[in-house]
Design a protein. Structure first.
Length: 88
């Protein structure tokens, strides 16, 4: 993918990791940019996850261990980063 045949050096790819190019010269991630709707959904999921985790921590302090742990786990599953039940 990199080298004299493609006109792109590996050094260029290391200095510009987000701009890696394919053999045809097109940007490798051009079709995978998130849309405004996806960004909004990720933000909403992040807010819901934060609320669930904070509610779980509050329940832990109120000595409701089971509900607190369940809320924290659900918050981690809903969040858009890492493991999420709403992502592909």
């Amino acid at each position: 993918m990199y080298g004299p045949a493609t006109g792109t050096s590996l050094c260029w790819a290391v200095r510009n990791p987000g701009r890696a190019r394919t053999r045809s010269g097109a940007s490798a991630g051009a079709g995978n940019t998130p849309t405004s709707t996806e960004n909004t959904m990720a933000f909403i999921l992040w807010i819901i996850a934060v609320i669930l985790v904070i509610a779980g921590i509050v329940q832990l302090f109120r000595s409701n261990i089971l509900l607190g742990v369940v809320l924290i786990i659900v918050g981690l599953l809903v969040g858009p980063g890492g493991v999420s039940i709403f992502t592909k």
